[in-house]
Design a protein around this ligand. Structure first.
Ligand code: HEC
Ligand code: HEC
Ligand code: HEC
Ligand code: HEC
Ligand code: HEC
Ligand code: HEC
Ligand code: HEC
Ligand code: HEC
Length: 475
């Protein structure tokens, strides 16, 4: 519900102002009882800040007109950043820039503006202008042409680069550094792809458009080649605390259409009748037991075999563990914005990232979530599941190689045992399959192998166990 919309406000600036006034107060009154804003000091450089600083009201000048944004923002932690700082024993002048509204996080290119220039408490907290930039011009001539648009970039934290990392970086809060080390932090060359739909999940602007976010922001209409990656503002909603940590969607739901992570991590989890493509980001449905090709001989159906961890915070339980890493000089903290469940660490337990063998990975996320008694136990359970799945994958691949080539036809609206088994091998060989759902994955492979044997009169290797043994294993 937006109080101010383009359809209501048409041509003239005067009409806009009049309605804006009426819209802010009781419908019958024409005049607002308090000014929209007070003329700021020159040193504020156009930042207008609060019109009411009382804790109960926290009324921003912007929010006098943008009523819904004000109401949503007031519920967020940004609206009490100053009080939280002041309540902290270590509070000092050097802390203030990130806990107030000024040059950090927006397009301001000079230091000491807003709070920094004035030390005026009307600029305490992380208000609208921290992200949107100075709003005096717009408040004086309130229309779309003057509107200070926010950016969805995360950026480097340097002055003028407009992004969340202006404050959310460094040793106190290394979210930006962590995020940048993850694949969410860079647009990959394949992101733009050959079809327009690729950007729905692979770029920031693409995802927001796919999710129906119509709000205006800087760079919204950029061509796909200029798009930003999956930035902070893609997953986080600046104006709402409906879900914990201001995420745009819940992380706890098992509905793949509304789970934040699964909105993207669910591209192709079952075979496509009209193409030979393998699984593509099947993690959501895999966790929920809804992935793969279920052979006709199987006795289970979609949803029967859920992963043990298809509950609570779902993906976040393992991939955003709050105590993954020891703090280091690069600013990596004890939080999970690298999104890695078992990141590579050095001998001191500090995050190094990249690829490594399982013995060099931290399995702390598995112990923090309360499921496994120790890192060693979790690592061993993972190794057991991986070994079992690898054995079955090798056997399935051996049989698939013996299937007549005529069995692999795209566009025939038919999934043969050869095609289905190939798809299931794809599910089983996706990184993390052994953690996401070893039970489903094992069952998909054992039933596929049975189907290949029956369908094509093949014999399997003696000693390869074709019953399901992982269930209940490895706590
Ligand atoms: C006096 C009322 C008023 C004040 C104060 C005000 N705005 Fe606006 N704002 C408007 C109107 C009117 C529009 C135009 C609506 C439209 O064109 O959709 C608008 C539009 C916007 C837009 C959207 C532009 C677009 O293209 O859709 C943003 C962003 C915005 N304002 C941010 C702010 C911020 C940040 C502040 C505080 C610095 C602020 N506004 C203060 C009235 C106001
Ligand atoms: C001017 C500095 C500044 C900017 C810019 C800024 N933040 Fe923050 N943010 C803070 C501070 C300070 C806190 C801690 C507030 C508190 O808890 O007292 C915070 C808290 C948060 C939280 C914590 C929510 C919670 O419930 O624990 C989220 C999420 C967040 N910010 C996201 C963002 C995003 C996304 C952006 C960019 C669109 C952004 N922030 C821009 C300073 C900033
Ligand atoms: C570089 C920007 C920056 C500086 C400088 C900074 N902070 Fe923060 N602070 C943040 C951000 C961003 C958060 C939100 C982190 C989160 O939610 O995990 C935060 C959160 C906090 C919180 C937690 C609020 C809560 O209760 O959840 C406290 C307390 C705090 N800071 C105190 C300080 C103190 C004391 C200093 C100076 C010694 C300081 N900050 C300097 C950016 C900063
Ligand atoms: C933490 C950064 C941040 C803060 C604080 C913030 N905004 Fe925004 N705002 C954004 C971003 C990013 C967008 C664009 C994407 C979106 O709406 O989620 C946006 C979009 C908007 C729009 C455009 C809506 C449209 O439909 O075109 C308006 C208006 C707006 N904000 C007003 C406000 C007001 C008023 C406040 C303070 C009460 C505020 N914002 C606080 C980051 C912020
Ligand atoms: C892919 C989605 C995603 C992206 C991208 C993302 N976050 Fe988050 N963030 C989350 C989720 C989910 C949580 C909640 C984690 C939890 O519940 O433990 C969270 C939590 C947070 C918190 C609160 C942490 C706490 O300890 O309470 C802050 C602050 C935050 N994010 C800031 C950022 C910033 C800044 C960026 C960009 C540099 C960013 N996030 C990028 C999904 C994301
Ligand atoms: C907007 C879409 C989108 C959302 C939402 C999203 N992801 Fe991703 N995720 C991606 C894309 C795109 C990639 C990288 C694909 C590539 O190009 O290789 C990725 C990569 C990853 C990776 C591999 C990271 C690495 O650096 O190796 C993990 C793990 C991951 N996502 C987990 C999550 C989790 C957990 C959430 C929810 C908190 C989430 N994702 C939300 C789109 C998304
Ligand atoms: C519904 C969301 C979604 C759409 C649409 C999407 N992807 Fe992805 N894609 C992802 C996610 C999430 C990942 C990362 C997780 C993974 O690799 O399993 C990913 C990973 C990838 C990877 C790297 C991993 C791999 O398997 O090699 C490539 C390449 C890729 N996508 C290409 C594309 C192309 C090209 C398109 C358009 C034709 C596209 N994607 C459309 C969500 C999507
Ligand atoms: C039980 C813990 C656990 C849960 C729950 C979980 N994962 Fe994973 N995931 C892992 C492990 C372990 C790996 C493989 C090693 C690693 O990446 O740390 C992995 C790997 C991945 C990868 C591939 C990363 C790469 O390096 O290519 C993606 C993408 C991914 N998970 C996404 C998700 C998503 C999305 C969800 C929720 C639907 C999810 N995971 C739930 C533990 C988990």
């Amino acid at each position: 519900m937006r109080p101010i919309t383009r359809s209501v406000f048409g041509a003239s600036a005067a009409a806009v102002l009049l309605f804006a006034v009426a819209g802010c107060v009781d419908e019958k009154k024409v005049f607002v009882e308090r000014p929209f804003f007070e003329q700021p000091a020159a040193a504020a450089a156009g930042f207008i800040g609060y019109t009411d600083t009382t804790t109960a009201n926290k009324q921003t000048a912007c929010g006098n007109c943008h009523v819904a944004h004000q109401a949503g923002w007031k519920q967020t932690a940004h609206s009490h950043a100053w009080a939280d700082l002041k309540a902290n024993a270590h509070a000092a002048a050097t802390c203030e820039a990130c806990h107030t509204t000024g040059q950090l996080g927006n397009a301001a290119t000079t230091a000491n503006v807003g709070y920094g220039g004035t030390q005026d408490l009307r600029y305490m907290d992380v208000q609208c202008e921290a992200c949107h930039g100075a709003g005096l011009d717009h408040a004086q001539k309130p229309d779309g042409s003057t509107a200070p648009l926010a950016s969805i970039a995360a950026d480097t934290g340097k002055l003028g680069t407009a992004g969340c990392s202006g404050c959310h970086s460094g040793t106190h809060d290394g979210f930006a550094e962590e995020w940048r080390a993850s694949l969410h932090g860079t647009v990959q060359s394949h992101a733009i792809g050959s079809t327009a739909t690729c950007i729905n999940c692979h770029t920031g602007q693409g995802a927001l458009a796919a999710w129906g976010v119509t709000a205006n922001y800087k760079g919204k209409t950029d061509a796909p080649a200029q798009h930003v990656a999956i930035t902070c503002a893609v997953c986080h909603d600046a104006h709402s605390d409906k879900f914990a940590a201001q995420t745009r969607y819940a992380v706890t739901t098992s509905d793949t259409l509304t789970n934040l992570c699964m909105k993207c991590h669910m591209r192709r989890s079952v075979p496509d009748m009209t193409s030979s493509s393998g699984p593509h980001a099947p993690e959501g449905p895999t966790l929920l037991g809804q992935a793969g090709w279920i052979p006709p001989n199987a006795t289970f159906k979609y949803g029967d075999l859920k992963g043990t961890h298809a509950t609570g915070d779902m993906c976040v339980t393992c991939h955003m563990s709050k105590t993954n890493f020891a703090q280091d000089t690069k600013g990596y903290l004890n939080v999970g914005h690298t999104f890695q469940a078992t990141p590579c660490v050095d001998s001191k337990g500090q995050f190094v990232g990249g690829a490594c063998t399982d013995d060099l990975r931290s399995f702390k996320s598995c112990t923090v979530s309360g499921c496994h008694g120790s890192e060693a136990a979790a690592r061993s359970a993972y190794a057991t599941a991986e070994l079992r799945l690898n054995t079955l994958v090798a056997e399935a691949n051996r049989l698939i190689a013996l299937v007549p080539k005529t069995e692999f036809k795209t566009n025939d609206n038919l999934i043969t045992a050869g095609e289905g088994a190939t798809f299931n091998v794809g599910i089983a060989t996706k990184p993390g399959a052994a953690a996401h759902n070893p039970f489903l994955t094992e069952a998909l492979l054992t039933t596929s192998i049975q189907a290949l044997k029956t369908q094509y009169k093949l014999t399997s290797t003696p000693g390869v166990v074709l019953t399901n043994v992982l269930q209940g294993h490895g706590k």
